[in-house]
Write a protein that binds this ligand. Structure first.
Ligand SMILES: CC(C)(COP(=O)(O)OP(=O)(O)OC[C@H]1O[C@@H](n2cnc3c(N)ncnc32)[C@H](O)[C@@H]1OP(=O)(O)O)[C@@H](O)C(=O)NCCC(=O)NCCS
Length: 373
């Protein structure tokens, strides 16, 4: 079978960032206001008082210190607590396409490719900002690429599943050089009034160039030596936003239209599932713990990543072995493991093996074993 490689990655980081302290300050203003406005009902037991959030809890429980967002101001406005964007006309590049284009250009530069080389664009992410025309086709036009493009949604595993789709398109001969783009604009799904989840997500875009090894001509090239995607249905991470919401107007503003999760259950169920996924894939490829130089893991929770790395390596991981980017970026859904890879390629030598692994809503998970070429 031909060898397929990741020959370049690109990153777009939004210019605005929100610290835990800023987020908590706004949340606690909201709590004070709510409790004041409902003081009689709270006193008489009809309404439960809201509890304040705490930045040290957030950092301790998740490892998150800050997150990048496309528009910060109204997230931190206690009367709004949601991002607000100016709607663009159909003649303007849409916001999600714009950040996808920025990441794609960086990936093409890293892989020494021009738009003329790209014959398939896959936009793989948790949400697309509209149903059609596909974001991938808008980006195809903006970049001036030929070929074809499509969008695919698999929440936190969209990027890795997208890479597998790209590899299969190359193997089957339907494409030669593929751009997989992950424009993750996640702040609109956050319920900034929910203490359990107001801190979790950030916005970012990543992109990867996937091609046959024989055409790769870049500084950092990772050969895909094995791939194992998996899904198992769970309601523990869910968002019910969708095109049919307007058909039940009485429920259109219910909180389940935003991100909701049972964080503890996710933790408990996903950890063994992912540890097993990685270790069995390593066993299949006859790789031991000592063969793995980097674990580029999904970025949702640093304790979770530390647990998985410990299980895989059989010892406490050193920080460069399982790089964490969620402290700065928070959870960026499918892009997280690509950001971790993008920022932590230095120091690898030919033959080094790495794990690229996503996990999250669906549940969906994917383990790719990579060899640095
Ligand atoms: C979300 C997450 C960070 C929460 O951490 P946790 O340790 O599970 O926290 P819990 O929800 O059990 O809450 C622990 C306590 O902190 C409190 N707490 C929750 N949010 C808080 C906040 N913002 N500030 C202060 N305290 C808070 C809770 O009320 C609870 O208090 P209690 O023990 O008195 O009941 C963690 O569950 C997680 O990351 N899970 C995995 C999520 C994941 O991978 N999701 C994939 C998404 S794509």
């Amino acid at each position: 079978m031909m060898a397929v490689v990741i020959s370049g990655t690109g990153l777009y980081t939004p210019t605005q960032s929100i610290s835990n302290e800023e987020l908590v300050d706004c949340f606690n203003q909201y709590v004070e206001k709510f409790n004041r406005n409902h003081s009689k009902d709270i006193e008489e037991g009809r309404v439960a008082a809201l509890a304040p959030s705490d930045s040290s809890f957030i950092e301790k429980a998740s490892g998150i210190k800050s997150r990048y967002v496309m528009a910060k101001e109204d997230i931190l406005n206690v009367d709004v607590m949601s991002p607000r964007y100016t709607e663009r006309s159909n003649d303007e590049l849409s916001m999600q396409a714009e950040i996808g284009v920025a990441a794609a250009k960086a990936a093409m530069l890293a892989a020494n490719k021009t738009p003329a080389d790209i014959d398939l664009i896959i936009v793989a992410c948790a949400y697309t900002q509209r149903s059609y025309p596909a974001m991938a086709i808008e980006i195809q036009q903006a970049l001036g690429c030929g070929g074809w493009g499509f969008d695919m949604l698999v929440a936190c595993s969209a990027a890795t599943f997208g890479i597998i789709n790209a590899a299969n398109a190359i193997r089957s001969g339907t494409a030669k050089t593929v751009l997989v783009i992950n424009p993750e604009i996640l702040s609109p799904q956050v319920n900034y009034r929910d203490r359990d989840s107001h801190f979790i997500f950030g916005d970012v875009a990543t992109a990867s160039i996937i091609e046959d090894e024989s055409t790769a001509n870049a500084e950092h090239v990772f050969k895909i030596i094995s791939e194992k995607p998996m899904t198992r249905f769970s309601n523990n991470i869910r968002s019910n936003i969708g095109y049919m919401n307007n058909c039940s107007p009485e429920h259109v503003n219910d909180v389940d239209k935003l991100f909701i999760q049972q964080g503890r259950k996710v933790f408990k169920e996903v950890l063994p599932m992912v540890s097993e996924l990685i270790t069995s894939e390593m066993a299949k490829m006859e790789l031991g713990a000592n063969d793995i130089k980097r674990l580029y893991l999904h970025q949702a929770n640093s304790t979770m990543n530390n647990f998985i790395a410990k299980k895989v390596l059989g010892r406490e991981p050193k920080s460069h072995e399982a790089p964490i980017i969620l402290d700065e970026y928070a959870n960026t859904s499918s892009a997280g493991c690509i950001v971790a890879l993008h920022k932590n390629k230095q120091g690898l030598v030919t033959g080094d093996k790495s794990v690229l692994c996503s996990f999250g809503a669906g549940y969906s998970a994917c383990c790719l074993l990579l060899e640095y070429v």
